[in-house]
Every structure is written in C-alpha cells, then in structure tokens.
Design a protein around this ligand. Structure first.
Ligand code: GDP
Length: 300
C-alpha cells in the first residue's frame, strides 16, 4: 500500500517547499531508525518490543513535514524519546504515596522467579517503610523452596520486623492471610508478602498465585525481575501478569553493567509502571524509578 508520504500530492509538496519544509518519507527515516533500533537492542530491550517501538515511531513520523534545515536524525531521536517516555509513564503509581493514602493494612504481594532478588527487595522496602515510621509485617509466602523461610527470617530479624511463617510446604494463601490478620489486630500498616518463584512447575505456581489473589485480594501486586534480563524478562512478565495482573514492577541489579532495557520491555508488555530499581545488595540500595533519567541514560 502507498505510504502517507508517497501519497502526498504535488500540491502538498509545492506548499511544503515554499514554506521551507520537506515531507518525510519512509526512506528518509530508514537510516536513523535502524541506528536507534540497534541502540535499543544493545541496551537489552527485547527484540519484539524494540521492533514495535520503532514501528510506531516510523508510523508517527512518515508523511510529517520538517524544516529543510533540521536533521532527520534529531527528529527521529526526539520521537523515540517521546515514545519511550510514553511507555514508562503510561500509568503512574507512587508506592510511598499509595501506602500513605490507603486504608491500613496495605497488602502487597510480590511475584517473580527465584534468584531475581525478590527476597532482598522485600527487605529493602521493609527498611524504607520502617524509616518512614510504618509498622511492617513480612509474610513468608514462599513455602516451596527449601531455605526461603529462613532467608526471609534472617532479614526480618536484622530489620526488627515481624515475620509470619508456617511450615515449609504449607498453603501460602493461609500464611499471607495470617499475616494480614496479625497486621489488623496489632495495628500494623503494611504487609509485604513473598511468594514462590519456581518456574519449572509454572502451571502449579500460577494457580497458587491466583488462589493467593482470590483469598487475599491484595492492594498491590509487584513483579520483581532483573534489569539485566533481556528477552527472558518479557516472557516472564507476560506469564506472571497474565496469572495475576500486576500493579507495577521493581527491577533489581540495575547496578550491573547494563543499560537496563528490560525496564522498557516490561513496562511495554505489562502496561504498568516501574516503581524502583535495585542498585546493590544492601537494604538502602533501592532507587525510585525516574522515567526521564532512565531514558536519558538509555539514549546517551
Ligand atoms: P530471590 O530468590 O528472588 O528471593 O533472590 P534474592 O533476594 O535471594 O537475591 C538473589 C541474589 O541477588 C542475592 O545474592 C542478592 O544479594 C542479589 N541482589 C538482589 N538485589 C540486588 C541488586 O539490586 N543488585 C545486586 N548487585 N544484587 C542484588
């Protein structure tokens, strides 16, 4: 099918030229768009996501007029920046504001696969909330993985935060339910609930997460994955978000040597904001996600 720029009539072209403008064709855009697609891929944005972003930038720009002297590359980069900011800011959710404004206890369930940093992230948020003066309860909802309960208990002890646990193999929905009940009767403000992250039995896992969601009706569901995850992160985000719709994501290990394009992929796939970046192993190593800062770093 003819593209908008090709369809521009002789009269349109004449008007443009008299105004000192040219009409952008897909051919003009090819080079700069290719470069930007490569830049996205090098930053670990997943291939299908990079393609879809580049496609929408192309559609938005072709047929547009530009000043004769302005550079097509700059124009394309500005359009890409807008598109990325649009993806990262489609919905906003400020976690701390949410906790402040919402009826207590606020229940937050964390999902994501093992090893990505879910436990550490729960501990970091417990520390952040404690600092702000909130009463925090942690629920040891990964009752599957050997050692998961002890690991969380170590964090809870170190932070001086109450942990609610059952035995390994017990029903995670029951553990989280008890944690919420404890928070209610002890006037605690926030329940942070861990969940299992075994992927090799993901059908069971997804059913378990759905049950937790039905029984607990959490206020927020936060998906945790790695900023360095690349293509894998897209599939995981889709899988978890399909099972239990997430409210937002936290990306860990953003201190590693990567531009963290997974943030773009995950925000694009889920349509939900990135809330924080994990930037180290310590309890304070959590940084509020700032879309502008992130896009600047990605495109620099
Ligand atoms: P889980 O299995 O998802 O609960 O993962 P853990 O919380 O046990 O984290 C796995 C490893 O990643 C641990 O060694 C953590 O210290 C480390 N980790 C977690 N978050 C970060 C982060 O933001 N940066 C770095 N460098 N390491 C992290």
């Amino acid at each position: 099918a003819p593209q908008p720029a090709e369809k521009a009539g002789i009269l349109d072209k004449a008007v443009a030229i008299t105004k000192g403008e040219v009409i952008l064709t897909e051919k003009d855009l090819e080079g700069p768009l290719w470069e930007l697609e490569m830049a996205l891929l090098e930053s670990d944005v997943a291939l299908p996501v990079a393609e879809s972003i580049i496609d929408s930038v192309k559609k938005g720009l072709s047929g547009q007029r530009k000043r004769l002297l302005s550079s097509t590359g700059d124009l394309v980069e500005d359009a890409l920046r807008d598109s990325l900011l649009g993806i990262l800011s489609a919905h906003t959710l400020d976690f701390e504001e949410y906790v402040k404004a919402h009826e207590k206890p606020v229940t937050v369930v964390f999902t994501g696969v093992n090893g990505t940093g879910k436990t550490t992230t729960i501990a970091k948020l417990a520390e952040l909330l404690k600092e702000k003066g909130y009463g925090v309860v942690i629920a040891a909802g990964d009752t599957f993985r050997a050692g998961a309960i002890e690991q969380l208990e170590k964090h809870a002890d170190r932070l001086g935060v109450k942990l609610i646990k059952h035995q390994q193999g017990s029903d995670p929905a029951a553990v989280i339910y008890d944690a919420v009940a404890y928070a209610r009767s002890n006037r605690k403000d926030v329940v942070l609930a861990d969940t299992a992250g075994r992927l090799h039995t993901n059908v069971n896992l997804m059913e378990q997460l759905k049950k937790i969601s039905r029984v607990i009706k959490p206020d927020l569901v936060i998906f945790v994955d790695e900023a360095i995850a690349g293509n894998d992160a897209v599939e995981r985000a889709r899988l978890f978000n399909d099972a239990v719709p997430i409210s937002g994501s936290i990306l860990t290990k953003a201190d590693a040597d990567s531009k963290g394009g997974a943030a773009i992929s995950i925000a694009h796939i889920t349509g939900k904001p990135i809330l924080y970046l994990g930037i180290g192993q310590g309890y304070k190593d959590l940084k509020k996600f700032d879309p502008e800062w992130f896009v600047d770093r990605l495109l620099e």
